[in-house]
Design a protein around this ligand. Structure first.
Ligand SMILES: Nc1nc2c(ncn2[C@@H]2O[C@H](COP(=O)(O)OP(=O)(O)OP(=O)(O)O)[C@@H](O)[C@H]2O)c(=O)[nH]1
Length: 234
């Protein structure tokens, strides 16, 4: 496995300029460079955010993940209809004490949001409106695509959140709902579908304004995390 962006190597990121999605009305995309889309994964601690992103990027189930501190970055490059798209996935900390200093970074110039709850934990589901509110408080506009994901569906006997209850909440926000399991290998396609759905939705929007990531503080953050060897090499 090889990481797409080596330390010190510059690459582009789409940063919001003209509207909440960072989209411009004119095509100014250099086709030799991929789109880079920032997706954040948020939700209570222990719902499986790290395992879901790892399943998508690395293809396997991470057996003993440690609680995320601040953020872990993962990247996946996709070819969609002949265009290269890099998904820069921010796996955020669910525990308040590990996210406090990072929250502003999470939401800055974000292109899509994945809200995760655990189908075996009613309280994690009941927290979803708080996560949605946090997004709004950080000025994530209504144009930014959002998806709701119920994880750990393999634990059938322990389910506390029914599909219909979750669908009601998702409908009230007009979010697509996915139920899946990071653990069950048979669910890999559903996990992929979450991220692909977002990638296609973002790609279908108008062409995007590009800005060098090296100009932003996101770049510094990324470098710092690379030095701490906390980027998943997938
Ligand atoms: N059975 C089952 N367990 C899962 C699944 N996904 C994650 N887990 C387990 O749930 C626990 C928490 O997983 P994480 O991915 O670390 O959860 P997180 O949401 O990233 O947690 P924080 O980093 O604290 O925010 C771990 O013990 C995982 O093995 C799943 O789909 N099924």
């Amino acid at each position: 496995m090889a990481i797409e962006n080596k330390p010190g190597q510059d690459f582009d990121i789409v940063l919001g300029q003209n509207d909440s999605l960072g989209l411009s009305s004119q095509r100014d995309h250099d086709t030799s460079k991929p789109w880079v889309l920032k997706i954040i994964v948020i939700g209570d601690s222990n719902v499986g955010k790290t395992c879901l992103t790892y399943r998508f990027c690395g293809g396997t189930f991470l057996k003993n993940p440690e609680a995320t501190i601040g953020v872990d970055f993962r990247e996946k490059t996709l070819e969609l209809d002949g265009e290269t798209i890099k998904l820069q996935i921010w796996d955020t900390a669910g525990q308040e004490r590990f996210r406090r200093s990072m929250v502003e970074h999470y939401y800055r110039s974000v292109h899509a949001v994945i809200f995760v709850y655990d189908v075996t934990s009613l309280s994690s589901f009941e927290s979803i409106p708080e996560w949605v509110d946090e997004c709004s408080r950080h000025s994530v506009g209504p144009m930014v695509p959002r998806i709701m994901v119920g994880n750990k569906c393999d634990l059938r006997d322990q389910r506390e959140v029914s599909t219909s209850t979750a669908q009601c909440l998702a409908d009230s926000y007009n979010f697509p709902l996915f139920e899946t399991s990071a653990k069950d290998p048979a669910e890999k396609e559903h996990v992929d579908a979450i991220f692909l759905t977002l990638a296609y939705r973002l790609k279908s929007h108008k062409p995007m304004r590009l800005k060098q990531l090296s100009e932003s503080s996101d770049r510094q953050l990324w470098n710092q995390r690379e030095q701490e060897a906390s980027i998943c090499q997938c």
